[in-house]
Design a protein around this ligand. Structure first.
Ligand SMILES: Cc1cc2nc3c(=O)[nH]c(=O)nc-3n(C[C@H](O)[C@H](O)[C@H](O)COP(=O)(O)OP(=O)(O)OC[C@H]3O[C@@H](n4cnc5c(N)ncnc54)[C@H](O)[C@@H]3O)c2cc1C
Length: 384
């Protein structure tokens, strides 16, 4: 399919593909097995300026947008979704700063983020606040010289590895979620430590960790925007970042499809390659069609974000839901096409299936996102 990419888009996509093929493919199984954070690859991404693709040039980035970010995420994910999410979570941790941060905050943090000197993370989820993000309990109470943070965040991607954390906490407990605010917390701030490191089904090279805040004092200037703006900021942030999860899912599915086609061409049974059986080739045809449909939806959602449209909740949710369901289906079918060896760790498709599952869960489960889509439908008038 022709997606009419710009020169910048073509070039970042190609750079990401080169890193994926030369640097990620040879080590992805080892990274997965050892559950080791992919620092060497993050360094490669920094050297090629891909970490700051979505950051304006005036802060040291490449000045791209959501589509450029999605193209890179897709290419990385085609080789390893664990690396791709470590890359994408860095953007998630800095989008709020980019959109709502003060000029001083942008000058202070963005050049280091764009250059890959500092990695970021985003922390909303808590043990009792997952889908119901409004149930967060972490507090940031005004104290002499700033805000005193107390609470524990759970399942934070890049936790422990990142240098800058965008966290959501209640600055006014009485108001509940309407009293939530977004704050920046730097690693090594006294009172900020890391708790349990999760052992996961998939995306094992990525770090998923608890953040623990015990009387952690951050200066007043670390609040992003105004007190009480936290929840609307988070909703907007997730609308903006969900096409990225869609892109991660598309990359995964693309990788699984390519592996399945290759295998089906070279595996012989009944004296012929298994791809010559219609049952197999039609599975591959469905997989390829699904992947292309998901890609078209993700790119369109990303372009809508970049267009400056006021609202893009529905399109972003659709892209994430559709692409992640495709990734789950396609990676499962890829194992089927590999037969018994597909179930073994010697081949890449079992990892792809394990990695795909999370795309249906994080940044809003697909159940919650179907609610978002349905709510958009309820608001629309016929023939609008
Ligand atoms: C590997 C990993 C990385 C993550 N990274 C981050 C991160 O970087 N930052 C961060 O803040 N969070 C992160 N998360 C958290 C993630 O976004 C949440 O896990 C997710 O939103 C679901 O919340 P939950 O796990 O508490 O599930 P729950 O909310 O407990 O849901 C359990 C089940 O109930 C369903 N359900 C819940 N409410 C409804 C409803 N109203 N209608 C229909 N069904 C419903 C859900 O769909 C799900 O199937 C990560 C999670 C994982 C596993």
């Amino acid at each position: 399919m022709e997606y009419c990419l710009t020169e910048l888009q073509k070039s970042v996509k190609q750079m990401a593909r080169t890193i994926a093929e030369e640097k990620i493919l040879p080590v992805r199984a080892e990274l997965d097995e050892k559950e080791e954070f992919p620092w060497a690859i993050i360094k490669n991404l920094a050297e090629t300026d891909l970490l700051g693709v979505y950051i304006p040039e005036e802060y040291g980035g490449l000045g791209g947008g959501c589509l450029e970010f999605c193209l890179i995420t897709e290419e990385l994910s085609r080789a390893c979704a664990g690396v791709a999410v470590s890359y994408a979570a860095n953007a998630l941790g800095s989008f709020t700063l980019l959109e709502y941060g003060s000029e001083e905050q942008k000058q202070k943090y963005l050049p280091d983020i764009a250059g890959g000197k500092k990695l970021t993370a985003f922390a909303l989820t808590e043990e009792t606040a997952g889908s119901d993000a409004s149930a967060i309990k972490t507090t940031a109470t005004r104290a002499d010289g700033g805000y005193l943070i107390n609470g524990t965040k759970q399942f934070i991607t890049n936790g422990g590895e990142a240098d800058i954390y965008t966290i959501v906490a209640l600055t006014d407990r009485e108001k509940g979620i309407r009293g939530a605010s977004t704050l920046l917390v730097e690693k090594n701030t006294p009172g900020f430590t890391f708790g349990r490191k999760e052992k996961k089904l998939g995306i094992r090279t990525s770090a998923t960790r608890e953040l623990v805040f015990e009387d952690c004092l951050v200066p007043e200037e670390n609040i992003i925007g105004r007190e009480g703006m936290g929840f609307p900021m988070v909703m907007r942030l997730l609308d903006r970042s969900r096409p990225g999860i869609g892109a991660q899912a598309v990359g995964l599915a693309q990788g699984a499809l390519e592996a399945a086609v290759d295998y089906a061409k070279q595996r012989n049974q009944f004296d012929q390659p298994v791809i010559s059986f219609q049952a197999v080739s039609h599975m591959l045809a469905n997989m390829a069609t699904d992947v292309e449909a998901a890609r078209a939806l993700v790119y369109t959602a990303a372009r809508t974000v970049d267009s400056g449209a006021k609202s893009f909740s529905m399109g972003s949710a659709m892209a994430k839901v559709f692409a992640s369901d495709v990734a789950m289906r396609v990676t499962t079918d890829a194992i089927q096409i590999f037969g018994g060896v597909g179930y073994m760790r010697d081949y890449p498709v079992e990892k792809m299936m394990r990695d795909a599952k999370i795309t249906q869960i994080y940044e809003g489960t697909n159940q919650i996102l179907r609610d978002v889509i349905a709510s958009g439908l309820r608001k629309k008038k016929a023939f609008e």
